[in-house]
Design a protein around this ligand. Structure first.
Ligand code: ADP
Ligand code: ZN
Length: 762
């Protein structure tokens, strides 16, 4: 299995539980796999799909994601396809044909389709070797993404009785898990549950007051990286996106009120690193499978701890350090309470209230936030200091709160335990409200005894007293505060109390030093990221599908110089070695040459490049310029190098000949040519164009699909045309469109050339 892992996916080691799950699937057992986001669930059926006979059927709820999933598999050389309602009849027919012919190993389908009788008939004609039900929590009404069609999936067992079923989810709640097992009708399933801790995520909480400036400095530290900022309303997403844009950050808003194609556009630009920052309502995320989101901020309070976990979980799927910052304010709490009070069903209203209380407890917590969240999800956290939350990294200062606690508790008692926190605070601060006067509370001994405390301070203290069990809030539309028996004892026995300073008074909690991590050559990393971007753009796929950041870091660390060395990079499997080895090796070798440095064996490279090093966790826990368009340097290959290419081509050499002469890949040669033509440097390259018939076919595909990105064009052509020839035809189109002279025929015109036909009139 390890060999297959390296060959197909390029990894050397399994992630926790992967090996066990794959083993069970290979034995033909039904499985239920619970792993957090980023835990590596997909591999648990993708690897068996390659190792087991027959077709693997993957039920996946998100049509928008299927294409990306299939693209990513194809990039690894795994034959995959999808069937969904967004396809044209032609595409569908083509996929069906390829599936019938046994060319496809993994077939992705939406649940609604699987349960159609016609599709079931189709399935019975195939030999299905494995069924994977992804996002299995969609079967449960208790989950947040219920899909009725999932309920019908149990019927698959009759259609494909021989195929084991593996159900996968990142859902963390007990109830949903139980539902999945009962609804999907798994046969004596083996259940695998891994820890839901996300070690690479750092959690912190910050006051919303001054939130914008804090957010701006956060974004500055993450400039060029992907960030999601969750907001409570559509309007606030738009306002925030606007403000951020004015502050020089490229940001867009995303919410359910946008037209479907607008929404798709935002998602697409985000995934392709065109828009690094999205200010979104919770509607954003389900369809996002971007592995390199480095920051998730909650600019407004999340609805529950579960949703907080879910939403922050979208950070750092690639396992690299990422940050989660939650901004809180008591005003935000009141706003949510307002909405909660509109809920009609009393039980549902109570639940919502309780969930909000839990979120507030997380905010005012003085202990480990990771522990709090995991324990909420039913998992024990063993360690004392997690080393990855603000409270563990920078403990809050303690102070003697005995006196203020006595004052607060007395105020609650004196006002009759009939009022909420807002009124009690008013009394303590000596407010002049109507209610204080009519209740005669300005006559009480507790009136204005804490006038030197700010409102938020007192809020924080009240939350702390609740957490300490001295105060309790009665549920109800207007929750009132009461003193617990513990609280009464505290007063009676004149006990003392130590509390942590309110978070409001802490310096920027997110800005902290963190060190350690494996080092790599950051400048080389940037070179490789630039190359990744170029290739991704040419193919019209997201950059992370070429290589993830982890693979690039490993590449920058090992600086491989030969294909054999390149194959050792984590994330480089057989297909990527063949497909991408040449351009990346070329870029690495060029880099090393340019730096005039003899790197020696890759293993010792690190120590020689101390000057350039950056650590995996830089000042803020992440390297600079990891894939964002804003920070990527221009490729370093010199213009001299382009000119040499141009001269050889103008001399009549073919693409392969030029590539051989330059010691570069044909793909890179086409890239040089594009640069040359764009910059108006004359090159005679008409002989490189494909023959008329092929060219016409490509032209037609461009007419239908547009000329950027190229992948749809390539697909339109049934995958039977190479990217190089497609790019060359595009180049001639663009040249023609610019009304510049089209590429002039070379001295000895190639008979295949179509140029005279197509050349625009001067
Ligand atoms: P999930 O579906 O559980 O959220 P994915 O299947 O998307 O997780 O995997 C998360 C990331 O981890 C992906 O980038 C994937 O390529 C990577 N990954 C999976 N298995 C391994 C492994 N054995 N070694 C290294 N990286 C892995
Ligand atoms: Zn902690």
């Amino acid at each position: 299995m390890r060999e297959l892992l390296k060959t197909h996916f390029g990894y050397d080691e399994f992630l926790p539980l992967q090996e066990e799950i794959i083993g069970a699937v290979m034995d033909g057992q039904d499985c239920f796999a619970l792993m957090p986001t980023g835990g590596g669930k997909s591999l648990c059926y993708q690897l068996p799909a390659m190792a087991r006979p027959g077709l693997t059927l993957v039920v996946s709820p998100l049509i928008a994601l299927m294409k990306d999933q299939v693209d990513a598999l194809e990039a690894n050389g795994l034959p995959a396809a999808f069937i969904n309602s967004a396809q044209t009849p032609d595409e569908l027919a083509q996929t069906v044909r390829r599936v019938r012919a046994g060319e496809i190993r993994l077939l992705y389908v939406a649940p609604e389709r699987v349960t159609e009788p016609r599709f079931a008939d189709f399935l019975t004609t195939l030999s299905v070797g494995l069924i994977a039900i992804d996002e299995a929590h969609c079967v449960s009404e208790w989950g947040h993404e219920f899909r009725p069609a999932y309920r019908e999936l149990a019927g698959l067992r009759q259609v494909c009785p021989a195929a084991p079923i593996i159900a996968l989810t990142a859902t963390a709640t007990e109830r949903v898990r139980a539902d999945i097992l009962s609804q999907l009708g798994l046969r004596n399933p083996q259940t695998f549950i891994s820890s839901f801790n996300r070690p690479n995520l750092t959690y912190s909480v910050a006051p919303k007051e001054r939130g914008l400036s804090s957010l701006l400095s956060l974004l500055e530290r993450h400039r060029g990286e992907s960030a999601i900022i969750y907001c409570g309303s559509r309007k606030s997403t738009e306002e925030l996106a606007q403000t951020l844009s004015e502050q020089g950050f490229k940001a867009e808003a995303y919410h359910a009120g946008l037209e479907p194609n607008e929404r798709r556009g935002v998602q697409d630009r985000f995934i392709r690193d065109r828009t690094p920052i999205v200010a979104a309502t919770i509607a954003f995320g389900m369809g996002i499978n971007k592995p390199d989101v480095r920051l998730v901020a909650h600019y407004d309070l999340p609805k529950s701890i579960e949703s907080y976990y879910q939403e922050t979980g979208r950070a750092g799927r690639d396992g690299l350090p990422s940050e989660c910052v939650l901004y809180f304010s008591y005003g935000g709490k009141s706003r949510q309470e307002y909405f909660i009070n509109q809920i009609e069903d009393p039980e549902e209203r109570e639940r919502a209230r309780w969930r909000l209380e839990q979120v507030m407890s997380l905010c005012s917590l003085n202990a480990c936030r990771r522990q709090f969240v995991l324990e909420y999800l039913g998992e024990q956290w063993p360690g004392a200091n997690c080393g990855g939350c603000d409270n563990c990294l920078q403990p809050r200062e303690q102070y003697d709160a005995t006196e203020i606690a006595q004052k607060v508790l007395s105020a609650v008692i004196r006002t009759g335990e009939r009022f909420g926190a807002a009124h009690v605070i008013d009394v303590l601060r000596g407010g002049k409200s109507e209610r204080i006067r009519t209740q005669g509370h300005d006559k009480l001994s507790v009136y204005a005894i804490a006038a030197n405390h700010s409102r938020d301070d007192l809020r924080d203290i009240i939350e702390n007293l609740k957490a300490a069990g001295l105060l309790a809030a009665n549920a109800g539309e207007f929750p009132t505060l009461g003193v617990t028996s513990r609280g009464r004892e505290f007063l009676k026995n004149r006990e003392s109390l130590t509390l942590a300073r309110p978070i409001v008074q802490r310096k920027d909690p997110a800005a902290r030093e963190s060190g350690g991590g494996e080092s790599y050559d950051a400048a080389l990393y940037n070179e490789l990221a630039a190359l990744r971007r170029e290739i991704a753009d040419q193919r019209g796929i997201p950059a992370f599908m070429i290589f993830g950041n982890r693979a690039l870091q490993d590449m920058a660390r090992k600086a491989p110089r030969t294909p054999a060395e390149f194959a050792r990079v984590s994330g480089v499997g057989r297909a990527k070695l063949e497909d991408l080895g040449a351009p990346f090796l070329e870029r690495i070798n060029a880099y090393i040459q340019e730096h005039g440095q003899q790197r020696g064996t890759p293993e010792t490279a690190d120590s020689r490049f101390r000057g350039n090093d950056c650590s995996l966790r830089g000042n803020d826990g992440s390297p600079r310029g990891t894939g964002g368009p804003a920070t990527e340097p221009a490729p370093r290959i010199t213009s001299q190098s382009y000119r040499e290419t141009g001269e050889i081509i103008s001399g009549g050499a073919s693409l392969d000949e030029t590539a051989a002469a330059r010691g570069l890949s044909p793909q890179t040669i086409v890239g040089h040519l594009e640069r040359l033509v764009e910059s108006g440097i004359p090159v005679q390259w008409a002989h490189l164009l494909p023959p008329p018939q092929r060219r016409a076919a490509i032209e037609t595909a461009f007419e239908i699909m547009g000329d950027n990105p190229l992948r749809p064009v390539w697909q339109e052509l049934g995958g039977e045309y190479g990217y190089d020839e497609i790019r060359l035809v595009r180049l001639s189109r663009r040249q023609a469109a610019q009304a510049k002279p089209a590429p002039a025929p070379s001295a000895a015109p190639d008979p295949r050339s179509m140029l005279r036909v197509n050349r625009p009139l001067p």
